[in-house]
Design a protein around this ligand. Structure first.
Ligand SMILES: [Fe+2]
Ligand SMILES: [Fe+2]
Ligand SMILES: [Fe+2]
Length: 326
């Protein structure tokens, strides 16, 4: 992560926000991937903020969602300031041991807290931005405390060496597993593509809110599919990762960094074929599966994606009806 400490000009402010954004995109992945690589309701800790016994996996997912909201906030402000939000990301890593992932999670929290809290603004310049990054930084302080408590609890339980789920050669050979990974890449691409448009159209709540709903649906599908992969004997992938001799995976491109469409019509036009392609992938996968909870869950995702096609077709037709709309 680059660092910028003096914020004098608008350009400096946009630079700070984009450095932060590339971090926020990365950790929103990293935490959810770490969470979906560990067992559900197995590692409990006393949460220092909520003051209750909490499942480390569930809370790690919640923290990942907070990071997604941070990304959205930053992207919207960058756009309002006349900048272009970056969709590049910092490096995403996954270690074989759960504890090493948590250690990294706490480290990245402390690193970004320092980025946010050490930025010195020229007196009176960008007060709202200054306020926003301070507000975000205290979410990060909370996250860091939460990850620390998770690690303490695991140490006390003697679970320091507990391993993440790993995919086995038998599972990766299965056609349904391969198809589900392909679907997850598409869900992921779409969730971020929608977020790009949410940011792009953030000056108007109608389009922005509608697209945000679809983005959240795709995020949920991606999440649920990660759980399904475990049931299929596999685990969520870190896209475009290289694995070293210690089994540590690293990726600088967990998601595409470019998305098509840069105005209302061109953005809306790209979404229908993307939703149709995803829907076709679900239809094919579902025909391969026997009746099961997994199949029912995938059918629900399929149904919601069909709903998106309906909505998107009308958003596009309605946009075409109005002259001069941007
Ligand atoms: Fe964050
Ligand atoms: Fe955080
Ligand atoms: Fe969809």
């Amino acid at each position: 992560m680059e660092k910028i400490e003096r914020i004098n000009t608008q350009e400096d402010a946009i630079k700070l926000l984009n450095i932060a954004l590339e971090h926020e995109w990365a950790v929103s992945f990293e935490y959810t991937i770490h969470a979906y690589s560990m067992p559900k309701a197995k590692f409990w800790y006393e949460d220092p903020v909520m003051k209750m016994k909490t499942d480390a996996r569930a809370q790690t997912i919640q923290i990942g969602i907070d990071e997604m909201y941070h990304s959205l906030q930053l992207g919207i402000i960058i756009t309002q300031m006349g900048g272009t939000p970056s969709f590049k990301t910092d490096e995403v890593m996954r270690f074989p041991k759960i504890m090493d992932n948590l250690k990294r999670d706490k480290m990245t929290e402390d690193m970004v807290t320092s980025l946010y809290q050490s930025a010195e603004f020229k007196e009176g310049a960008f007060p709202k931005i200054q306020n926003m990054i301070l507000n975000i930084s205290y979410d990060e302080v909370r996250h860091s405390d939460q990850f620390a408590a998770m690690m303490d609890a695991m140490k006390k339980e003697g679970a320091e060496n507990a391993l993440c789920f790993q995919s086995s050669p038998e599972s990766t050979e299965k056609e349904e597993v391969q198809r589900l990974h392909e679907i997850m890449r598409m869900e992921n691409e779409l969730l971020h593509r929608y977020l790009k448009y949410v940011i792009l159209f953030s000056e108007h709540q109608d389009l922005s809110q509608r697209l945000f709903k679809n983005s959240i649906d795709h995020m949920r599908h991606w999440d649920k599919n990660s759980g399904i992969l475990i049931k299929m004997g596999d685990v969520v992938q870190v896209e475009n990762a290289e694995t070293d001799s210690e089994g540590v995976e690293k990726s600088l491109k967990p998601m595409p960094d470019l998305y098509p469409g840069d105005n209302r019509l061109s953005a809306l036009e790209t979404l229908i074929p993307a939703e149709e392609a995803l829907t076709a992938k679900y239809e094919k996968l579902i025909t391969l599966l026997k009746d099961s909870d997994i199949k029912e869950q995938l059918k629900l995702h399929l149904g919601q994606n069909r709903e998106h096609i309906f909505t998107q077709e009308w958003l596009l037709q309605n946009a075409r009806k109005i002259k001069g709309i941007e």
